[in-house]
Design a protein around this ligand. Structure first.
Ligand code: HEM
Length: 403
């Protein structure tokens, strides 16, 4: 997720390097997929997988497609926070992956997460209480702060620090744009953000060793012996949760409001209909559009001959719009069933935080629609999040009326 993560994932394909194109990458996906399900991109030196079945095959086969970027034949380390993140489950293959995931799984099970619902509801009300006047920015007022506060509380970090988290995590997922100006500066800032975050969590971990509490950082500290976690893995895991848990959920809520507005669904949904509508947002505008893998052996995928050590980008956002899998793939259908989208990935690395993300999004949207009529959500002239694999908008202004 930094300057040092493989260029394949962090660099925009040339066709999408213009920020306007990034707001709508779906035509590009469709055109490329119509040519072939799997393509090689000389510029980014990687394979792009764009069809549903092939994305699922790659994500479902850890032996052939490793998640560890160090397997790539052209891998080179540039240090920084990547060293920490590489020691987390996100970049580990089984069996090491399974051991890491087991340590924290209990915190993220649907039953454990369900207990957070009243707190998430209160937090949503508190955030909406702060909205004044007849206008609000849905991202700034709700979609951004809510997931950060929730993950901060789970980890046990003070929520006063959340503005610093926003800065750190958005910097770390920002993408370079090919040869664009300012990339050197961005890389410098990414390195700096990673180091600051590592030092912040280093202090928190030291504190919990002395003063254990009922939080996730304490649980991780306790697991050091039990699961053989070392300091680097602990730091990496805290950083992973912070980044994975907030940028993504922010964009799920933002993408939902945007999609509902375009489909004239701003009067909200019946309680039972909101869950399926959120699933459709995960398909139609997946907050995470792509994930990276490396072939471990010479293999064939979708007719392409992939060599051991080649990097492979699995486009979840493209798989989710594949007409071979979904009827009317480019239409937002809030009650779509079945809906086997790949918005949370697939297989071994299927999102650990999926139950939490689903709960946060449904509670946030339910309370938002209970309290406000969002009369005009401005969906023209949007600014996309500057990232080649995170999909969302920076802000979503709306005129509101209280109910
Ligand atoms: C993994 C998406 C929210 C923690 C993943 C993956 C995806 C994803 C696509 C698979 C990565 C891969 O295959 O390489 C999302 C989306 C979210 C979201 C779209 C919100 C809408 C969260 C939250 C947390 C979280 C709230 C935690 C608080 C993780 C972790 C992994 C992961 C730890 C790695 C799992 C593993 O390697 O076994 N997520 N995520 N995510 N996610 Fe999420």
């Amino acid at each position: 997720m930094s300057s040092s993560t493989p260029p394949s994932l962090l660099t925009f394909p040339e066709a999408l390097s213009d920020p306007d194109a990034w707001l709508d990458p779906f035509d590009w996906y469709a055109a490329r997929r119509a040519e072939a399900p799997v393509h090689y991109d000389d510029h980014r030196r990687c394979w792009d997988v764009l069809a549903y079945e092939e994305v699922k095959t790659a994500l479902g086969d850890d032996e052939t497609f490793s998640v560890d970027p160090r397997e790539a034949s052209d891998y080179r380390s540039t240090g920084g926070e990547q060293e920490f993140l590489l020691e987390t489950m996100l970049f580990q293959d089984p069996p090491k992956h399974d051991r890491s995931r087991e340590v924290v799984e209990e915190f993220f099970r649907p039953s454990a997460v369900a207990a957070l619902e009243p707190r998430i509801e209160d937090l949503t009300h508190d955030l909406l209480d702060d909205v004044e006047g007849d206008r609000m920015d849905v991202v700034d007022a709700l979609a951004y702060p809510l997931p950060v506060i929730v993950i901060a509380e789970l980890l046990g970090v003070p929520s006063e620090d959340r503005d610093r988290f926003r800065e750190w995590s958005t910097t770390m997922v920002a993408s370079t744009d090919g040869d664009g100006e300012g990339n050197g500066d961005l890389q410098q800032r990414q390195m700096q953000a990673g180091m600051e975050l590592a030092s912040y969590f280093g202090e928190l971990i030291a504190d919990r060793r002395e003063h254990p509490r009922d939080d996730l950082v304490t649980r991780l500290v306790e697991s050091e012996e039990e699961a053989g976690f070392d300091e680097t893995e602990l730091l990496g895991f805290c950083m992973l949760l912070l980044i994975a848990g907030n940028v993504t959920t922010t964009n799920l809520v933002g993408n939902a409001v945007r999609s509902f507005a375009e489909a004239d669904h701003l009067s909200g949904f019946e309680p039972d209909a909101l869950g399926p509508a959120v699933e459709e947002v995960l398909r139609y505008r997946a907050p995470v559009q792509a994930m990276s893998r490396v072939a471990t052996v010479n293999t064939t995928l979708g007719g392409a001959d992939i060599a051991a050590g080649d990097r492979v980008v699995c486009w979840l956002g493209a798989a989710n719009r594949d007409g071979a899998k979904f009827d009317a793939p480019d239409t937002f259908v809030p009650d779509r069933t079945p809906n086997q989208h790949l918005g949370f990935g697939y297989g071994t690395h299927y999102c650990l935080g999926a139950p939490l993300a689903r709960l946060e999004a449904t509670v946030a949207l339910r309370v938002l629609f209970e309290r406000f009529d969002l009369l005009e959500v401005e969906t023209d002239d949007l600014t996309p999040v500057r990232s080649s694999f995170i999909y969302g908008v920076e802000s979503l202004p709306a005129r509101i009326e209280r109910r």
